[in-house]
Design a protein around this ligand. Sequence first.
Ligand code: SAM
Length: 210
Amino acid sequence: MRLIKQLLTHKGKIGAFDLVQTVSQGRTLFLGDGNLSFSRALAKLKPSAARDFTATTFEPAVRLSPRTLQNASQLARMSAKVLNGIDATRLQAHFGTTKFHAIIFNFPNVASRTPIYGHNPNHILAHKFLRSAAGQLVHGGLVVMTAVDSTFYAGAFGLPAAARFAGFGEPEIHEFKPSRFPGYIHANTLDGRSALTKYRSFGTWVFRLP
Ligand SMILES: C[S@@+](CC[C@H](N)C(=O)[O-])C[C@H]1O[C@@H](n2cnc3c(N)ncnc32)[C@H](O)[C@@H]1O
């Protein structure tokens, strides 16, 4: 209840989460990374960590834009692995027994509001993603998910319930400032208006297994 209130009122968020330090601590998996500019921004902020990055897009290679291909090449030059067509809800099928210290998904969105079994499809994505990610973490690992901090998104994703469903403890919510990641250009799921220009407040949710 406290968490729902925190998010709905935009109060109670703690300071920015230290993503640079987090990606320096072991293997990092980036999911649904759109144009790959977020993983590239972190690789530039911490070049020595890039060799432990697996940066992925949901879209298959044939659908990548020239900018995405350019970012993929830069990541590969920094020794990061880049994979396409990776579904965040089916991580075991993609990665088998490989485990990660951090699994990062920025602004998950399926670009549909058509209900699935009566639920917003982003609610289903959040539940399935968190359950899948829980099985791919090393001991002490964490899932980091950033979303728009608004009542609509809070209701759509239902993150406190998704965390419980997937076996995580109570998540922390940190403020997220896109400007801390130079070169990060948020990509919309469809070619519409970017959530980063439409909204001002974002939250980074950090999930840990008990
Ligand atoms: C709003 S965009 C954000 C893209 C990028 N993370 C960013 O912050 O710029 C949402 C992304 O989620 C991806 N996505 C949707 N369903 C997914 C799934 N099941 N697995 C992985 N990615 C998914 C979309 O392809 C899209 O790139």
